[in-house]
Ligand binder design. Structure first.
Ligand code: ZN
Length: 494
């Protein structure tokens, strides 16, 4: 596999988008929520602006770095353009050795991210209340918890709110791994923890409901051999089969350990990251999934465009039934359960809005179909920000275990940042629980261990100043979010 080819940012699309707006074509599907799309676009632009202002701000600072009143002037410029001030330690000595723009750039990336997290509930209020699939819908389909493992690829970071149109909540977990190759043991522990909560009355009203595990792989329709999943060599079939293999292993592991029938339901979803359409690989009555049997929302969008809402819904249900009874070796199998069927129909219908979002606001296909992330997040993700290509997320407990995920991230950023002289910003983030005595301090120590391990693994980059790690913690039981924790040596100095 040629990794360099995989990661090129500029690519020419070779196939037509799902629908192109033109004089005779409006591309307006009756099942699309255009008002929700507008609010999602406003939010996307707001978040984007917090990051895109960084480069010009730093260029301006670099012009004034030798002026007498530089520090005051720099803070004013930063506040005007970025709405926060910069650390004095990065400004004060600029007259001697010049501004450390690399360190300032990383600081601003982290700080802008923190801004997005801090203002999330205000920024997101407009679309959260309008979003299609609320947790009540998940419950109505028979599930108390949905645990999603997607690829760590930044193009999937908008998965929850944009692509799947699900409201982030305590019942929905997202953990990313390179190539969606999630850790089986950790998933057994997550499942057991949640089932224990249900059985001990911690999920009132959901005592009779089930646990759903979803794996999400991805591919690129316009440049499949180069812009697909880097972890699987841009091989769509391999990405799909590997994710399905993991789901089946998880089921087998839980059935073998806790008795047949204990395993959670599973669902496999493929995302075309050029246009954000989805393929939902739905199960049969036994819960088995087949890689060649799926419903494609892009196909549904095209074929049901121009229909009334009622007709389009009937068309989707009919299409699903046809695929269910016609495709592949499993055609004689019994049909999936009603709850799962409603979930699949709900996901396909909700995704039509995302397809049209890309048509209306991104000319039918994202301009940058490859990587364009701003930083790497290592550890645990935050529910406060889900947006395409903002960061490469590697879920990890230890650097040793997740070395592959991090290596892929470092390769992506070698192309995105180091090639241009910028450092790679890595945010090491974990949650603690203020309900658990000593948890905050233990989490800080854990962050420091992970940070040291990252700096040791990529020591050549670190020593040259091309790696900037920032530690941050959040309280899952209280209100503290994304607090930056400084190094012990830095803390001692201040
Ligand atoms: Zn991937």
């Amino acid at each position: 596999m040629n990794m360099a080819d995989n990661l090129s940012v500029v690519t020419k699309p070779v196939v037509e988008p799902v629908c192109t707006v033109g004089p005779d074509q409006a591309c307006k599907h009756s099942l699309v929520n255009t008002e929700l799309n507008e609010f999602l676009y406003i939010y996307e632009e707001l978040v984007r602006s917090r990051f895109s202002a960084i480069t010009n701000t730093l260029k301006t600072l670099s012009i004034y770095q030798h002026e007498l009143d530089f520090v005051t002037r720099a803070q004013r410029i930063a506040f005007d353009q970025l709405h926060y001030e910069l650390p004095l330690s990065l400004l004060e000595d600029s007259w001697i050795s010049g501004l450390n723009l690399r360190a300032l750039h990383s600081y601003c990336i982290f700080r802008s991210f923190k801004e997005c997290v801090a203002k999330a509930s205000f920024d997101q209020a407009s679309w959260r209340e309008r979003i299609a699939l609320h947790t009540s819908f998940i419950h109505a389909c028979g599930y108390h918890t949905v645990n999603i493992s997607s690829c760590a690829d930044g193009r999937l970071q908008g998965l929850l709110s944009y692509i799947l149109r699900l409201v982030p909540s305590d019942a929905i977990y997202v953990k990313s791994y390179a190539g969606a190759m999630f850790n089986i043991e950790e998933n057994i522990a997550d499942w057991a923890h949640r089932e224990l909560e249900r059985l001990s009355g911690g999920l009132p009203g959901n005592e009779d409901k089930n646990y759903l595990k979803i794996a999400v792989y991805h591919y690129s329709s316009s440049n499949p051999a180069h812009q697909g999943c880097a972890a699987h060599g841009s091989d769509t079939k391999k990405a799909c089969k590997s994710a399905l293999g993991r789901l089946n292993e998880l089921r087998a592991a839980i059935n073998n350990t806790y008795g047949r029938g204990a395993a959670p339901d599973i669902l496999l979803i493929g995302v075309d990251t050029d246009i954000d359409s989805i393929r939902v690989h739905f199960p049969d009555a036994n819960g088995d999934i087949y890689s060649d049997r799926y419903i494609d929302s892009g196909d549904i969008y095209q074929k049901s465009l121009g229909m009334t809402q009622e007709a389009a819904r009937a068309y989707i249900a009919d299409a699903l039934s046809k695929i269910e009874s016609q495709n592949g070796k499993n055609q004689k199998k019994e049909k999936m359960a009603t709850g799962m069927r409603n979930l699949v129909l709900g996901l396909v219908e909700a995704n039509l809005s995302q397809i049209e979002f890309v048509i209306q606001y991104h000319a039918g296909r994202y301009r940058v179909i490859g990587h364009n992330e701003r930083f790497i997040c290592a550890g645990e993700s935050m529910k406060e920000l889900y947006l395409r290509n903002k960061y490469y997320f590697a879920h990890l407990n230890t650097v040793e275990e997740a070395a592959v995920d991090l290596d892929v991230g470092i390769k992506i950023f070698t192309n995105l940042n180091i090639k241009h002289g910028l450092a790679i910003p890595i945010l090491v983030h974990y949650h603690y629980s203020s309900h658990v005595p000593g948890s905050r301090n233990r989490t800080i120590r854990r962050c420091r261990r992970v940070k040291a391990a990252i700096e040791a693994r990529y020591s050549q980059l670190y020593e040259k100043g091309f790696l900037n790690c920032q530690i941050a913690i959040s309280d899952k039981a209280g209100s503290e979010r994304c607090t930056f924790i400084e190094d012990e040596t830095k803390e001692a100095v201040h």
